[in-house]
Design a protein around this ligand. Structure first.
Ligand code: B12
Ligand code: SF4
Length: 488
């Protein structure tokens, strides 16, 4: 069978699609990726009949995918299958006339079972992990157990996203922490105790995937480990550092957590060839971290971790959240202060997104707290929104954030700068330029995709910031410049 995945950005490796494609192709199916654009999809469908059109939306872009799917399905008969981070935790889109199936949770075993049954002409309404709509009836199936042995998964099918000079890879699934805004929190609420901790691939399995890919694509000069918690297991890290150094010798990026950063860990990362790390600070206020985010660590721990990373010559990007339920502006400013003390190479601040399935979403809804960012308009009725002025202030805060951390002399002016409604265009432009330079030279050298790809991406972001009449905020997807801040 021919299966077509539609993605907004077809140049950026999408691990979920690559994992699913590997299984589908192994079973003799034909898989293609097309840019999620109605004309492009229609052209593809004219060339080759596809039995399934598949999507893997995030919450931020689910509406865009739904609109595209509707336009396609008006004139084309196939099965529309949605899976991934949004639909696993919010199944509301099954009510859309043209959505047939939703995959909840892990997809490798579920999707192939669905396709096999379709091909054999058997009913598909009873496939575990799937919600299947047939004749206006939704069949809701139970979850299958999580895969425990990740080495038994196939390597991602990287032929779908060609031309990359960097390789995105995951060495495990899950996290040892359970922060209230994170998809790990949604998954642990969905799967229960079986989701606890990290399911890790063996070091040998990871090294084999990288060496295989390097042999296929000589251009690869950077590895991007997108695990939520790369450094959780010191024994794994010791083995990894040793083997990676022997067999790969390509600089890499990974995610770290302040509670797990210590001298031994940083030395191992450095020894293996780690070029840069991202570390969540999220809030500068210890009470908010503990009570709202369920992140227990002191400011000193965060500063010490940052200093250790920098002292070992590893680039540091910090990740932060603002527009936190119940937080005062003074508490939001504490996040700036803490970041300034950490001296990261780049600091990113996002407006809190109340993603489906997370505990923080309940904190917001139950406490009737204002939300300043909500990309999925079907959610709008569930939230209250601050005033338009507040929205500008928080968006300005995000845009100013990297600049103030880099140039702390701006700190005394932050509150005044936040109040200028049109400010986000100027701050956004400056921050994005700073991001580009830092990413290119420090965080992701030699660039995730090469220089010209960067030029194209950043040109699009900057044009959006400068020329769009809609307010741009940091949570945008570079290809999906539809921002949807809803104000009541
Ligand atoms: C790598 C990553 C990125 C990368 C690449 C994104 C990409 N397009 O692949 C980059 C850095 C670009 C990125 C950017 C962003 N990201 Co991100 N990212 C991740 C991360 C760390 C890993 C995703 C991944 O590859 N997982 C591995 C695959 C194999 O697992 P999976 O996606 O769950 O897929 C499985 C199942 O879900 C299912 N499945 C998935 N799709 C489908 C489709 C079908 C048809 C079927 C049958 C099954 C199926 O089968 C798969 C295999 O089992 C996740 C966190 C996480 N741990 O997952 C966050 C995460 C996905 N990102 C998130 C967010 C919010 C963003 C940004 C909006 C951040 C920002 N402020 O700008 C942007 C949006 C960019 C965009 N729209 O593409 C959120 C999404 C939450 C949500 N509800 O939407 C996550 C969950 C992190 C979080 N906050 O908890 N991200
Ligand atoms: S430490 Fe990071 S990945 Fe783990 S639960 Fe918290 S936010 Fe999610």
């Amino acid at each position: 069978m021919n299966i077509l995945f539609a993605v907004i950005n077809p140049y950026d490796e999408h691990l979920a699609i690559m994992m699913l494609s590997a299984v589908l192709k192994q079973n003799g199916h034909h898989v293609e990726v097309v840019q999620a654009n109605v004309d492009k999809i229609n052209n593809k469908l004219k060339q080759k009949h596809c039995g399934v059109i598949a999507y893997s939306p995030f919450t931020d872009d689910v509406e865009q995918y739904l609109a595209i799917n509707r336009a396609i399905r008006k004139n084309y008969d196939c099965l529309s299958v949605f899976g991934g981070h949004h639909v696993s935790f919010d199944q509301g889109i099954i009510e859309d006339e043209h959505v047939d199936c939703l995959c909840i949770g892990e997809g490798e075993d579920a999707f192939i079972e669905l396709i096999k049954k379709m091909e054999a002409g058997e009913p598909i309404t009873n496939v575990p992990n799937f919600w299947v709509k047939r004749d206006c009836v939704v069949h809701k199936n139970a979850l299958r157990p999580l895969r425990t042995d990740l080495d038994s998964l196939l390597f991602a099918d990287r032929s779908l996203f060609k031309g990359s000079s960097s390789m995105r890879i995951m060495t495990g699934r899950g996290c040892i922490f359970d922060c209230t805004y994170c998809n790990n929190n949604s998954y642990s609420r969905l799967y229960g105790p079986q989701y606890k901790g990290i399911r890790r691939r063996s070091v040998n399995n990871v090294i084999k995937e990288i060496t295989t890919q390097i042999a296929n694509n000589k251009k690869i000069s950077f590895i991007d480990f997108v695990d939520d918690m790369f450094i959780a297991d010191i024994k794994w890290l010791e083995e990894f550092a040793d083997k990676y150094l022997q067999k790969i010798v390509i600089p890499f990026h990974c995610h770290v957590h302040p509670n797990c950063v210590n001298e031994r860990v940083v030395k191992l990362l450095k020894q293996a060839g780690c070029k840069s790390v991202s570390m969540g600070i999220e809030s500068g206020n210890a009470d908010i971290r503990k009570n709202i985010f369920h992140r227990t660590m002191s400011n000193d721990q965060i500063i010490t971790a940052a200093k250790l990373i920098k002292a070992n010559g590893i680039g540091l990007e910090t990740l932060n959240i603002c527009a936190i339920p119940g937080a005062t502006i003074e508490q939001e400013l504490e996040t700036l202060h803490l970041n300034i003390q950490c001296k990261p190479d780049f600091s990113l601040c996002s407006l809190l997104g109340p993603y489906p399935g997370t505990f923080i979403r309940e904190i917001i809804i139950n406490g009737n707290h204002p939300v300043f960012y909500c990309s999925y308009s079907a959610d709008a009725g569930k939230f209250t929104y601050g005033s338009k002025q507040k929205l500008y202030e928080m968006a300005n805060f995000c845009m100013l954030f990297p600049l103030v951390v880099k140039f702390p002399r701006l700190l005394p002016w932050t509150l005044s700068l936040m109040r200028w409604p049109g400010g986000w265009k100027l701050y956004g432009f400056c921050s994005v330029m700073l991001e580009w330079v830092t990413y290119h030279f420090i965080i992701f050298p030699p660039g995730r995709k090469g220089f010209w790809y960067e030029v194209k991406i950043y040109f699009e972001i900057i044009s959006h910031i400068l020329f769009s009449d809609k307010m741009g905020i940091w949570n945008y997807d570079y290809y999906n410049s539809k921002d949807a801040c809803v104000i009541k």
